[in-house]
Design a protein. Structure first.
Length: 216
């Protein structure tokens, strides 16, 4: 059995890399931010490789107010998994993950109000930006796909900056714009530092759960 584990960002994947190195059947792939980048990267990878399972992983924003920072959440693209991975939902639950509904959007939900509106509009528990595209490519290839994400910001909190306004056309952060935004609003620096600590904790929590399910 071989498993492809996709992350949008290196920061999401970093704590998991050492774990993955101990499992030769596990491959990690950075797909970039957003649906277009994810689709292109995964399609290119699957043109040359055929994993038996794909996990789309990384950060998610909480829409359900009951979800806390560091909560690992998951959902399935197919109701039936192959025999080699049919125990995966049970393993995720045993590792402390929760099964939820996801919304996949083209923009980061910046404010608590944005998240509240998304929750009302979609009925989803969490929001992210890549999994719908990855699921669609895997469905075409008939490869089972599971979303496993970690809550990096809760339904009640605003992000420290409008990261949508700081993004390049390819959805990556324009560090020149980021530096200018910080220069204009230096009072945001403590919030950005706190946010960095939160995302680091979330990535470590995700790595812990992924390590449990690939080792079980």
């Amino acid at each position: 059995m071989s498993t492809l584990i996709c992350f949008a960002l290196k920061e999401e994947a970093a704590p998991f890399h050492k774990i993955a190195a101990r499992h030769p059947g596990v491959v990690t792939l950075l797909v970039g931010i957003g649906r277009a980048n994810a689709e292109q990267t995964v399609r290119r990878y699957l043109a040359a490789n055929t994993p038996t399972l794909v996990l789309t992983c990384g950060f998610a924003g909480g829409l359900n107010p009951d979800l806390k920072l560091g909560d690992v959440v998951f959902d399935l693209a197919f109701s039936q998994l192959p025999a080699a991975s049919c125990q995966l939902p049970a393993k995720l639950l045993a590792a402390g993950a929760q099964r939820v509904n996801f919304a996949c959007t083209d923009h980061i939900a910046i404010t608590a109000m944005d998240k509240w509106k998304l929750c009302l509009d979609t009925g989803a528990d969490a929001v992210e930006m890549e999994s719908a595209a990855i699921h669609a490519v895997c469905a075409q290839k008939k490869i089972p796909c599971v979303t496993v994400r970690v809550i990096s910001d809760t339904a009640h909190e605003d992000l420290p900056l409008d990261f949508n306004a700081l993004a390049k056309a390819d959805k990556s952060i324009d560090f020149g714009k980021l530096a200018w935004a910080i220069t204009k609003s230096p009072q945001k620096i403590p919030q950005l530092l706190a946010f960095g600590k939160k995302t680091k904790f979330a990535a470590e929590r995700l790595a812990e759960v992924l390590g449990k399910i690939i080792s079980a």
